[in-house]
Write a protein that binds this ligand. Sequence first.
Ligand SMILES: Cc1cc2nc3c(=O)[nH]c(=O)nc-3n(C[C@H](O)[C@H](O)[C@H](O)COP(=O)(O)OP(=O)(O)OC[C@H]3O[C@@H](n4cnc5c(N)ncnc54)[C@H](O)[C@@H]3O)c2cc1C
Length: 468
Amino acid sequence: MTRLLIIGGGVSGLSAAYFALTRSPTPPDEVILLEKGHRWGGKITTERVDGFVIEGGPDTFLALKPWGMALARELGIAHRLQGSNPKQKATYILHRGRLHPLPGGLTMMIPTDFGGMLRTGLISWPGKLRMGLDFLLPPAKSPGEESLGRFVSRRLGREAYEALIEPLMSGIYAGDGDWLSLQATFPYLRELEVKHGGLIKGALAAKRARGKQGKATPGSRSMFVTPQTGLAELVEALVARLRELGADLRLGVEVVGLEKTSKQYSVISNQGAALEADRLILATPAYASARLLRPHDPELASLLDAIPYASTATISLAYRLADIPRPLDGYGYVIPRREGREALACTWTSTKFPHRAPEGMALLRVFVGRAGQEKAIAWTEEGLLAIAREELRLTLGVTAAPLLHRVFIWPRAMPQYNVGHPARVGRILAGLDRWPGLALAGAAYHGIGIPDCIHSGEMAVGRVFRGR
Ligand SMILES: Cc1cc2nc3c(=O)[nH]c(=O)nc-3n(C[C@H](O)[C@H](O)[C@H](O)COP(=O)(O)OP(=O)(O)OC[C@H]3O[C@@H](n4cnc5c(N)ncnc54)[C@H](O)[C@@H]3O)c2cc1C
């Protein structure tokens, strides 16, 4: 009898269970998945209420990373995936309290449309001239591991970084670009610099290459996709398939301790009895995995604990369209850190995904909380709702009370891939050599997006069954 225990029922743990039962050359006799919460999906949670589809955590995934699309196909839900609305694609950036359209022609988030950049009011003339220096500055020879902020400021200038690049890029991690590791978050930017001699030159080359590909495959899909009635569809399909495959899925089981014998692992849960297994995957946040490993391997636990996490929240609010004084003619807006707001972005969900709100209604989603700003925030439902309503009043002029709202608070939710992250992950992987049959999966290591998490589940299965 071989038994695989997986701890954590987010998308990483669910994917690990799926791959264990479908990919391992010798599938385990038993796969048991333990989740401390009372629902599956972890950060993925969708509420369907009064014709609205409300996402509490992620709302789309990147189609360009193959693992999400591949899993959707295998689960038979690829036909349910929708792209974002191609008719109203504008994104805005808040600048001195007013919304400015993002200059068109961003390729890999780098500006490549000179007309658009010259016209934008987001950046001053000296700032624009400084951006142009990117064409002349030689690539840095060996800059060491740089932060995103330092790298982009070095190439395009600090003003372009703060006004344009920081809100687009750091927002994905709810992070601080001056701490985030370029290598761990956007390694392709350094590749553009090295290969093409500059960021804009590199982005232009990528645009030309994509143009050629685009001609070869007309009608290519949106970059981001999501199932019609929310990402919970992915979780529901995974859980249904796991049941068909015979996985043993247990909710409400919190693992509180771990024992290791020469061949086996034994986990202690809040339900008392020990469960033994010869393979174990920890698909829990790094700090939760650290807690379980600490009594046996303090060094590995300290490395895991050193991965910082940011807390964040999403507040979804529904209105009559007539109550919104401004046309919702795009996907929403991002807020640079330097604007000093508590919110970091607002998605106009009912424009981005029109099927998520009934006709004549608007669904807006405000994001609050980012690394370094968390202490100033009232992390209560009322406090967060007040922040969101104030944000909508200041920027969109919305004063009406929402018809409905949902607040989702995510404490220590977003792993921060700060400078030093790649080396730390390397040391964690080396430390795992002391733990045969054990693997880690999840957002903390090689990518926070849903496709990355799915991939992490597959890699963890590879490690526990094939030792790599
Ligand atoms: C607000 C927000 C918006 C996001 N937006 C996007 C987006 O649009 N697109 C995208 O691709 N990604 C997005 N992300 C990131 C993505 O959602 C996450 O990285 C991903 O869902 C993490 O999955 P996971 O399985 O690794 O972790 P989790 O979802 O955190 O799952 C871990 C599970 O482990 C359980 N657990 C912990 N400790 C124990 C224990 N001791 N015993 C048993 N169970 C335990 C937890 O209850 C949890 O269910 C977003 C994240 C947030 C917070």
